[in-house]
Design a protein around this ligand. Structure first.
Ligand code: SF4
Length: 326
């Protein structure tokens, strides 16, 4: 890949005020995404994945904010310096968003056609007929059968899978260069999950669109993302090519995540849930934040933040036990 990345994130922090001083549920996250690339951001609930994606678009819920010094660049343009109108052109425009639950994202009293039409006309000036044609084309592109009939349907008349396809059509309305899909299949049946993930892959390929796939489930990532970013307690702890993350995970947290998902090949082992929970951001532990849950912790882990170390080109982890130096 030549040229600068499509998205560059450098030292992203999200700050929330509290009586005891500010807390940082996203705390110094850096990564990049190239055009047409699928990158998965993986970690348990509460580790800061969704907040990271909202912070990319300056949509951090009140009373939080993106902390000064955080840098997000889209095609080299600093998103943090954009005025409101330019930011709106990026939100739902150059960057599309798909959330977990289409039931809460779609308006139950408006037709599917109207809701996609709103998204289409929010980003382009089109005549009535042209706008409707665009909506029908989008519904067809995301695999909704008989788009003309569905145009007049209400959300409750559609299955969960079809509703999620409508959400994807809405996200595509602004012709995004990057689609952020935050747990896009978690609320769906397993077979429908696979269909939605296949649809995202087809759209990525045909549109040359990058995808940031956010999930708590490493199982949905295999074969679908080129790279994986593993997040724990507000920070990235490992990043690397997906095949290496699966075959040779370096960080004990990644290893634990992998042991907690079912495998179709290899010996049949018991699934091993990770003991304990992700701590609250007001109580991030000192040193390596995973140390209270880590079965391999050594004394340094509870007092000093480990350095990033590379295990192979493009594969690095933040752990005292990893060989090699960044
Ligand atoms: Fe475990 Fe220590 Fe590595 Fe953290 S730095 S993952 S506590 S071994």
């Amino acid at each position: 890949m030549t040229g600068p990345p499509l998205l560059e994130v450098d030292g992203l922090r999200v700050e929330y005020p509290s009586k005891a001083g500010p807390t940082y549920p996203v705390d110094g996250v850096s990564f990049s995404i190239d055009r047409g690339e699928v990158v998965a951001l993986v970690g348990e609930s509460g580790c800061g994945k969704s907040l990271t994606s909202l912070a990319l678009l300056r949509l951090v819920p009140n009373p939080g904010r993106v902390a000064p010094g955080s840098v997000v660049r889209l095609d080299g343009q600093d998103v943090g310096r954009l005025e409101n109108e330019a930011l709106r052109a990026i939100r739902g425009g150059r960057i599309g968003l798909v959330f977990q639950d289409p039931n809460t994202s779609l308006n139950p009293v408006l037709t599917i056609g109207y809701q996609v039409l709103e998204a289409v006309t929010a980003h382009r000036r089109l005549g009535k007929t042209e706008a409707k044609q665009r909506v029908l084309a989008l519904l067809e592109e995301v695999g909704i059968p008989d788009p003309l009939a569905r145009y007049r349907s209400y959300p409750h008349e559609l299955s969960g899978g079809l509703k999620q396809r409508v959400m994807i059509a809405i996200a595509l309305a602004g012709e995004p260069d990057l689609l952020i899909a935050d747990e896009p299949t978690t609320a769906l049946d397993v077979t429908i999950q696979a269909q939605i993930l296949e649809l995202l892959e087809r759209l990525r390929a045909t549109r040359r669109m990058a995808v940031l796939l956010i999930t708590h489930d490493l199982g949905v990532v295999a074969g679908r993302a080129g790279r994986v970013l593993v997040m724990y307690a507000g920070r990235l702890v490992e990043s690397g090519p997906t095949d290496r993350i699966f075959s040779d995970p370096a960080h004990p947290y990644t290893q634990a995540l992998l042991r907690s998902i079912p495998r179709l090949t290899g010996p049949i082992d018991r699934l091993a849930p990770i003991a304990g929970v992700v701590p609250q951001s007001a109580a991030w532990p000192l040193g390596c934040r995973f140390h209270p849950r880590c079965p391999l912790a050594v004394p340094a882990c509870s007092s000093e933040t480990p350095p990033w170390r590379a295990t192979a080109p493009g594969h690095e982890a933040q752990c005292w036990l990893v060989e090699g130096t960044r």
